[in-house]
Design a protein around this ligand. Structure first.
Ligand code: CO8
Length: 374
């Protein structure tokens, strides 16, 4: 008898603070005015460009984002700082990223009806880890009291789906019995809040999923993984040059190129067709077609991208029930977006219903899972 791999529980941990578009735009515009005043002479001489104003209406129309959660609001809206003000923690204190990972893991374990001692592997997979070693996953393992092993993975926008892929393979290879895949997306420290093109895009969150064999699963809502598919194709259109090499190059470690930056239009044009093709061929390889899919848990970078991808797949716009959007409250949460969409919109499907969970973005990277409700 086959014993399929299932996602048996999923959890979302929301940070304590929120920032609306209006608040963000107010502080950005005050920063721009200050910059323009301080550089008035050079701007008038044509030696530098004036900073244009941002607009809450533009942000909502161009992205679907209205608000975002933030781990630490202190400092972000301060025109003298324009970045969160976090306190450095001592080596013997729980790191910020492990703290939010543990919070999400506890919610997922409860949903899966599991205890930490049922778990034997931890994957922390996200866009950034706050240090290289010891791995955040091992710190989480220690904090939760898990026996076994843990490791970190970085795949930007597709970190969550690629992490779930690895868990699926570990279960099928019998190298683990119950895997926690955690996505602590603490991205606000990498946002350039003085950049009009990207200051509004991101929010913080942590998500977690429990992956195990159906024979051990006790969660109320279980989803069998029918198949996984990954694709990467190198692109510089979404990039951050922050890294340890800067210590040796004498470059400014926090210059604009060391933070998130992108060619948003190019990303939009190039990634949408890639993602639609990828999903179509993944469904075919599982012996399914788009008409068999009841729900699309798509990456949450931009509402217009999701509309275009669903139009390419379905020949019409998907309804919000078919393809849920969480961008309005969460913004882009790097790899966690499709997992949030899944976590908040999976309990109502009936047994046998099929759904697609798919991420797309930086790398470029695309990762999908075809799921069936048990
Ligand atoms: N306010 C007002 N006007 C603005 C603003 C603003 N904030 N920004 C731009 N404009 C203006 C522009 O100047 C332009 O004016 P004009 O027409 O006069 O030149 C006009 O608005 C249109 O500008 P764009 O063409 O740039 O606007 P778009 O409609 O393309 O929207 C988006 C911009 C929203 C960025 C859009 O291109 C987009 O979402 N593209 C896809 C981006 C994407 O998916 N990126 C992936 C993100 S990466 C990721 O998901 C994870 C990465 C790792 C995590 C990183 C964490 C920090």
């Amino acid at each position: 008898m086959t014993d399929p791999v299932v996602i048996s529980g999923v959890g979302v941990w929301n940070p304590p603070h929120q920032i609306s578009n209006e608040e963000l735009v107010h502080s950005y515009n005050a920063y721009a005015d200050k910059f323009n005043r301080e550089n008035q002479h050079a701007i008038e001489q044509g030696e530098m460009a004036a900073m244009p104003h941002s607009s809450a209406e533009f942000i909502e129309k161009a992205s679907g984002i209205k608000s975002r959660y933030i781990y630490c609001k202190d400092g972000v809206l301060d025109v003298e700082r324009m970045r969160p003000k976090l306190t450095e923690r001592a080596d013997d204190e729980l790191s910020q990223q492990a703290e939010i990972a543990v919070a999400a893991a506890k919610i997922a374990l409860q949903a899966a009806n599991k205890h930490a001692n049922d778990v034997d592997a931890v994957i922390v997979s996200c866009a950034y880890t706050q240090r290289s070693y010891p791995a955040i996953a091992i710190e989480v393992q220690q904090e939760l009291g898990i026996q076994g092993f843990g490791f970190d993975m970085l795949v930007a926008c597709s970190a969550a789906t690629f992490g779930l892929h690895r868990a699926y393979e570990m279960l099928n290879a019998n190298t683990a019995k119950c895997v926690l895949v955690i996505n602590p997306e603490l991205v606000s420290p990498q946002v350039n809040y003085t950049d009009r093109d990207s200051h509004f895009i991101f929010g913080d969150v942590a998500t977690a999923s429990v992956v195990e064999k159906a024979s051990t699963a006790q969660g109320e809502h279980q989803y069998e993984i029918l198949g996984t598919k990954a694709l990467t194709s190198f692109s510089n259109n979404i990039r951050s040059n922050f890294g340890y090499i800067t210590h040796a190059t004498d470059a400014e470690p926090y210059a604009a190129d060391k933070l998130f930056h992108q060619e948003g239009r190019k990303v939009f044009k190039e990634v949408c067709p890639l993602a639609a093709q990828h999903i179509q061929s993944h469904l075919e390889s599982c012996g399914l077609g788009v008409a068999d899919v009841s729900r699309w848990w798509l990456h949450q970078a931009n509402i217009n991208m999701n509309t275009l991808i669903s139009k390419k797949l379905l020949g019409r716009e998907a309804t919000r029930e078919e393809a849920p959007i969480v961008l309005d409250t969460y913004a882009n949460t790097a790899s966690a977006g499709s997992v949030i969409a899944f976590a908040l919109n999976h309990t109502d499907l009936t047994a046998g219903s099929t759904g697609v969970l798919c991420s797309f973005g930086a790398g470029y990277s695309i990762g999908s899972l075809v799921l069936k409700k048990r």
